[in-house]
Design a protein around this ligand. Structure first.
Ligand code: ATP
Ligand code: MG
Length: 222
């Protein structure tokens, strides 16, 4: 479903991804691990079609993801519904005036009816236990609350693939346990999960495989 073939990528001439090869099958859960700066977020940005390989190929469902492909409006709209992204920093992700609007944005883009949008928003607010935040402006929320809103805003899109960059960061013990259960339920529902983590041991039991990155930008699939 997701295939990186000999992918290389550099920021301003500084290499970050060197000949990266891995694949993720439908329904698999994959952990991307490694120290700060190893390139975990870069891989997730590429999986989400925000940057493209400079060498090698990234294919999603058999289709090579390139800048040209993503300029096809219908394709990129479909693609962004398929692949949900929870950013490392929720401030980069939340941009609406209220939590409710944030949750309704994705389904509205998908062209759902007002009734369907409302059902999805209410379900997500309830599942995340954030009903009391519905009228709040996202920028006034705490770090953990923002993370939950970001997760809820992906949930209302119901993507097939969930990509999560450091999903445990900013969460307290109770919220972490909840998130692990939530991700386990997503996996059981057949969703594909790709998440980066510094706390591989906490994610144990969830990941089917690990993509381990290091400071030298070498990658092992375990
Ligand atoms: N937009 C950018 N411009 C220039 N360099 C960048 C940019 N984004 C990332 N980098 C650099 O690329 C390298 C990999 O960054 P990346 O964010 O992918 O690492 P990471 O593994 O996610 O790290 P962390 O654990 O700190 O989140 C780092 O050295 C970083 O400074
Ligand atoms: Mg990162």
């Amino acid at each position: 479903m997701i295939r990186f073939e000999d992918v290389c990528y550099a920021y301003d001439g500084v290499p970050v991804l060197l000949h990266v090869d891995f694949h993720v099958e439908k329904g698999e859960a994959v952990a991307i691990t490694g120290p700060n700066g190893a390139g975990k977020s870069t891989v997730l940005r590429m999986v989400n079609g925000l940057i493209y390989p400079e060498l090698g190929r990234y294919c999603y469902a058999g289709e090579e993801i390139t800048a040209d492909k993503m300029r096809e409006h219908r394709y990129s709209k479909w693609f962004h519904q398929q692949v949900g992204y929870i950013w490392q920093n929720p401030d980069s992700q939340l941009f609406c005036g209220s939590v409710e609007e944030e949750l309704a944005f994705g389904p509205a883009q998908m062209g759902l009816t007002a009734k369907e949008i409302n059902t999805r928003v209410e379900d997500a607010l309830a599942l995340l236990g954030i009903e009391s935040l519905r009228k709040r402006a996202p920028f006034t929320l705490s770090g953990g609350e923002k993370k939950k809103v970001a997760i809820a805003s992906v949930l209302t899109m119901n993507p097939s693939v969930w990509t999560l960059d450091e999903p445990l960061s900013a969460l307290d013990g109770k919220s972490r346990r909840w998130l692990l259960e939530f991700l386990t339920a997503l996996k059981e529902a057949g969703k594909t999960l790709i998440f980066s983590t510094h706390e591989a041991e906490l994610m144990e039991g969830l990941a089917d495989k690990e993509i381990r990155m290091d400071e030298l930008h070498q990658v092992q699939v375990l």
